[in-house]
Ligand binder design. Structure first.
Ligand code: GLV
Ligand code: MN
Ligand code: MN
Length: 404
C-alpha cells in the first residue's frame, strides 16, 4: 500500500478544530485509535504486534515470540503529535515503514534477520512534558519513578494514564535485553526544515540531532482583582513572565547557533479580570554545544530573577529534560549512503527517538522533503511522490540491512 494511502486512512483521526491540524496526545482517544490502526495494518502484513514495557508498539516480521532475536533491523517513528501539529511528524515514519514492508514483500525479499516496525509513545512530550518519553524509558535515560510521576495538564500522572490504557506501569523502565537484540534502528521522518526543498531532492540521510532541552519557569506574584488593585500596588507575575519571554530572545541572540523558545505560558488561575498569582512558562533551548546551552540557561535564570524582582515577584527554573547533540553512527550512515548514493546528508534541529536510541544501538535517520519547510504546524507538508520516494529509499536500506 502507498504511504499516501496509509496516511489517508488516518486523516480524520485527532483533527483539532480549535488549533487547526492535529492534536494526538499519548493515550488520548486519537492516539489510541492510531495504535489500533497500526496494529491492524501490521497484522494484515503478517506481523506479530507486542507492546513493550514502556508502551511502545513493536510489529515483528517472522515472529519473535516476544523476545528479540539478535541483529534485528527496526524502523518506525511515533504516532503522537504536538498540539495543532501537522499530519506527517511521526506518522510519516510509521506509514513509510509499513509501505516499505509491502515493497520488500513485492520484491520477494527474504530477510536473514528479524524485522520490526515500532511506534514510540509520547515522542513530542506534549502530554507529560518530557520529549521521547518511551525511548528514554527504554534506553534508561529517565528514572522510571520520575516518569511515573509526570503529570499532564489535568493533573493526571503518567502512571494513572498509562495504567488506564492497560500498561503494567510497575515495570516501565530500561530494557537492555530488547536493545541488545537490535542490530540497527532507522527512523524515517519528514524533514522539519528547508534543506531538501532548497536542494531540490526528495530524500536525505541524517548526520546529527541538535542538543536540546526543556526547562520550566514558575513566576509567583500576588493574585488580585483587576479593577480594585491600583497599578502601583501590583505584583503581577504575567508582566514579569512577558519580560522573561523577551529576555529569552535577547539572550539566545547572543549565542551563535542557539535557538530558544517560549511556546507555552500558563497564567494561574487565568481569568480576564484576575491578576494572576502564578505563571508557568516553558523554555526550549537548543545548541550544538552543551556548555553553551548551559550558559544560555544560566543567563536566562539570572535575567528572569532580575525581571521577576522588578515586579515584586519570584521565579524558579527547573530542568525537565535534556539531551546533548547526537552524531549518528558513522558506519551505518555510510552504509545508507552506499544504498542511496549521492543523497544529501543533513543535520536536524529537531529531536527524535532515534537520537535517544543512538546511545544504545547503531542508529540512522532518513528525511523526506517538506516543501514548506514548516513543521509543528498544520502547514507541514509532503508531496505524494516524495512520500513514495521515501518509502522506496527506506525499503532499499532495509533490504541491505536485512542481509537479504
Ligand atoms: C520534536 O520534534 C522536538 O524537536 O522537540
Ligand atoms: Mn517527530
Ligand atoms: Mn515533532
Amino acid at each position: 500500500m502507498s504511504v499516501t494511502g496509509l496516511l489517508a486512512e488516518v486523516a480524520d483521526v485527532g483533527r483539532d478544530a480549535t488549533r487547526g491540524g492535529y492534536s494526538r496526545f499519548v493515550y488520548d482517544h486519537a492516539e489510541l485509535t492510531l495504535r489500533e490502526w497500526f496494529t491492524e495494518q501490521a497484522e494484515r502484513r503478517s506481523m506479530e504486534v507486542e507492546t513493550d514495557r514502556n508502551g511502545a508498539l513493536w510489529a515483528w516480521r517472522h515472529g519473535s515470540g516476544g523476545s528479540v532475536a539478535p541483529g534485528a533491523v527496526v524502523t518506525g517513528s511515533h504516532l503522537d503529535s504536538v498540539p495543532g501539529g501537522g499530519a506527517y511528524d511521526g506518522p510519516l515514519g510509521v506509514a513509510s515503514a509499513l509501505a516499505a514492508v509491502d515493497l520488500l514483500d513485492a520484491r520477494g525479499v527474504r530477510p536473514a534477520r528479524p524485522l520490526a516496525v515500532v511506534a514510540f509513545p509520547e515522542e513530542e512530550g506534549a502530554r507529560f512534558g518530557v520529549a521521547c518519553l518511551g525511548s528514554r524509558l527504554l534506553a534508561g535515560a529517565i528514572d522510571p519513578d520520575r516518569a511515573r510521576g509526570l503529570r499532564d495538564a489535568e493533573g493526571r500522572t503518567f502512571a494513572e494514564v498509562a495504567a488506564a490504557a492497560g500498561l503494567d506501569v510497575a515495570h516501565v523502565g530500561p530494557d537492555p535485553a530488547r536493545l541488545a537484540g537490535i542490530g540497527a534502528f532507522v527512523e524515517l521522518h519528514v524533514e522539519q526544515g528547508r534543506g531538501l526543498a532548497d536542494l531540490d531532492r526528495p530524500v536525505a540521510v541524517a548526520s546529527s540531532v541538535l542538543g536540546h532541552g526543556r526547562w520550566r519557569l514558575v513566576v509567583e506574584g500576588e493574585g488580585n482583582h483587576a479593577g480594585t488593585t491600583l497599578m502601583a500596588d501590583r505584583r503581577d507575575p504575567l508582566v514579569a513572565a512577558a519580560a522573561v519571554v523577551l529576555a529569552v530572545r535577547e539572550v539566545a541572540r547572543r549565542y551563535d547557533d542557539a535557538r530558544a523558545t517560549v511556546g507555552r505560558l500558563q497564567p494561574v488561575p487565568g481569568g480576564t479580570n484576575v491578576i494572576a498569582s502564578r505563571v508557568d512558562l516553558w523554555l526550549d533551548a537548543r545548541h550544538p554545544d552543551d556548555a553553551v546551552t548551559a550558559a544560555l540557561v544560566a543567563d536566562v535564570r539570572r535575567r528572569a530573577q532580575e525581571l521577576a524582582a522588578a515586579e515584586g515577584c519570584t521565579v524558579s527554573l527547573v530542568e525537565e529534560s535534556y539531551g546533548g547533540t547526537v552524531h549518528f553512527d558513522a558506519a551505518l550512515r555510510d552504509r545508507l549512503l552506499g544504498v542511496l548514493p549521492g543523497a544529501p546528508v543533513l543535520a536536524t534541529g529537531a529531536g527524535h527517538d532515534a537520537g535517544v536510541l543512538a546511545s544504545a544501538v547503531p542508529t540512522a535517520m532518513l528525511f523526506t522533503r517538506n516543501p514548506t519547510g514548516v513543521s509543528h504546524s498544520p502547514h507541514e507538508h509532503v508531496e505524494d511522490a516524495d512520500a513514495e520516494a521515501g518509502a522506496v529509499a527506506l525499503a532499499d536500506v532495509l533490504t541491505d540491512l536485512l542481509g537479504a
